[in-house]
Write a protein that binds this ligand. Structure first.
Ligand code: FES
Length: 74
């Protein structure tokens, strides 16, 4: 079987998070995580960025994408 080809358009990944910043960078001290498992957003759609709020589910359904959070474990 031939591999499926995808057409990828060049566009911004971040639709509206902290657009006043030149580069959005966050850091986390893993030793200070409050919960044993903390999900961090990688889809750039979370209303609680940089934390995941589950918005990736809606994004994936709407676009066919497959993005999900980065899970930090304490
Ligand atoms: Fe962005 Fe979950 S909301 S990865």
């Amino acid at each position: 079987a031939r591999p499926r080809r995808m057409v990828v358009r060049a566009e911004a990944v971040n639709p509206d998070i902290r657009k006043d910043e030149t580069k959005v960078v966050d850091s986390v001290l893993v030793t200070e995580l409050s919960k044993p498992l903390t999900p961090y957003c990688r889809c750039w759609r979370s209303g609680t960025f940089p934390l995941c709020d589950g918005s990736h589910v809606k994004h994936n359904k709407a676009t066919g994408d497959n993005v999900g959070p980065l899970l930090l474990k304490k």
